[in-house]
Ligand binder design. Structure first.
Ligand code: GLU
Length: 424
């Protein structure tokens, strides 16, 4: 008999609610392993920490931080750290769970974890950001480590924040622990190709999916929601392959150009102004109208829950590439499937980032570093092979790519679970 989790109150379209519904959909395909499926619905370990820091004006401010280790059956925990004012424990639980599925989908020897701080980092000075990062790292230091749980960048975190995390953990343990975080600067044991890896993975899975659909990238119209690291890197690669990026949206605005946005000019504008809003090479467009954009490929690369049922009815694309984690709610998934819109789900589409994080971790352990070409070639192969296996599974059972990815991943996770056995 399973008692419900006392600290979870998901509504249907919340990230955790979405994740649970995705697990429910895969259970019929798990055979004898279904016996263990409840494991997937419970995070192994959740930690809530108080993060007090002294502000530049002398005040003391408290932030709430989290680190969730969803599952460690196949290896140490792996997953990013997010700084955002809307972060909650339940959201971090869902993000950690998606990491478990994602790492297994590309067969990396990791479990799934995620962290976050409920904060608007744009309102902190650089020194406040550093103090908050260091105190948070120290607080979660009791459960992270190169063989235990390895954080990485996510929304609003970057290489500099990883450098402070690596330094804080190293100071606390009297080591130089390069392998405790990934997504570090190159001089601290970072990997070439890591910054753009998530966007590159979106491109590689998109290229393969487009090929199978008979959709030519040359001349394809592309719309991107979220023009941060993932969205902009993917847009650049699609533009290089002959695609036309017609619309881009982020928290600063929505821009449109029927003839195509100039990606290099847009990158320069975003660097200077912090977002796409006000870009002179396109017209400003109403935010909600973005979902009606006439396009072949739609890339949601922002936050969870963006593709609602209502928006799913309006999407014009043939292919949706989930650069974000959890952008599509379950009802919208059904609508897109009925309408014949192919969705390459987050848990494979955006797995390029964690794949190169894995390369970084391996390089740190062996103290031997690879060229960018080697990284990109290996990344391409892992993504292509993983997608092929998922596609074959989807064809065999006549299920969506999302349920097929869960089927491939959950079989690996639960086989490890079963083989390890219950302790004691
Ligand atoms: N935050 C990224 C993700 O959601 C990368 C995590 C990692 O590299 O560990 O997949």
């Amino acid at each position: 008999m399973n008692e419900p989790l006392s600290f979870v109150h998901p509504h249907a379209n919340s990230p955790w609610g979405t994740y649970i519904s995705q697990v429910d959909r895969v259970v019929p395909y798990l055979g004898h392993l279904a016996r263990w499926s409840e494991t997937l619905k419970r995070p192994k370990r959740t930690l809530i920490v108080d993060v007090p820091i002294e502000m530049d004006n002398g005040d003391v401010a408290h932030f709430e931080g989290y680190r969730v280790q969803h599952n460690l059956s196949r290896g140490p925990g792996k997953g990013g750290v997010r700084y955002h004012p809307d972060v909650t424990l339940e959201e971090v639980m869902a993000l950690a769970a998606w990491m478990t599925v994602k790492c297994a989908a590309v067969n990396l020897p990791y479990g799934g974890a995620k962290g976050g701080i409920r904060v608007d980092p744009k309102r902190l000075s650089i020194k406040e950001l550093e103090r908050m990062t260091r105190r948070y790292t120290s607080e979660i230091g009791i459960i992270i480590g190169p063989q235990r749980d390895i954080p990485a960048p996510d929304v609003n975190t970057n290489g500099q924040i990883m450098a402070w995390m690596m330094d804080t953990y190293s100071m606390n343990t009297g080591t130089t622990a390069t392998g405790v975080v990934t997504g570090k600067p190159i001089h601290l044991g970072g990997s070439l190709g890591r910054v753009k890896a998530t966007g590159r993975g979106v491109f590689v899975t998109g290229r393969e999916a487009a090929r199978r659909l008979g959709l030519k990238l040359d001349g394809a119209r592309i719309a991107v929601q979220g023009y941060g690291n993932v969205g902009s890197s993917a847009a650049e690669l699609f533009a290089q392959a002959g695609g036309t990026v017609v619309a881009a949206q982020d928290h600063t605005g929505t821009i449109f150009n029927d003839k195509g946005l100039d990606i290099a000019d847009l990158a320069a504008h975003v660097k200077e102004h912090g977002g796409v809003g006000g870009f002179a090479g396109g017209e400003a467009m109403d935010g909600e109208a973005f979902w009606d954009t006439r396009c072949d490929i739609l890339i949601p690369a922002a936050l969870e829950g963006q593709i609602s049922a209502a928006r799913a009815h309006r999407i014009k694309a043939r292919l949706v590439l989930e650069g974000a984690n959890g952008p599509t709610v379950p009802e919208a998934d059904d609508i897109l499937a009925e309408r014949g819109v192919l969705v390459v789900p987050d848990v494979i589409c955006n797995a390029g980032g964690v794949t190169v994080s894995y390369f970084e971790w391996v390089q740190d352990f062996s103290s031997f570093f690879w060229s960018e070409d080697e990284i990109n070639v290996r990344l391409d192969k892992i993504m292509v092979d993983a997608l092929k296996k998922i596609w074959d599974t989807a064809d065999r059972h006549k299920i969506t790519l999302r349920t097929a990815t869960f089927a491939v991943a959950c079989e690996r996770i639960l086989t490890a679970r079963e083989e390890r056995g219950l302790y004691p």
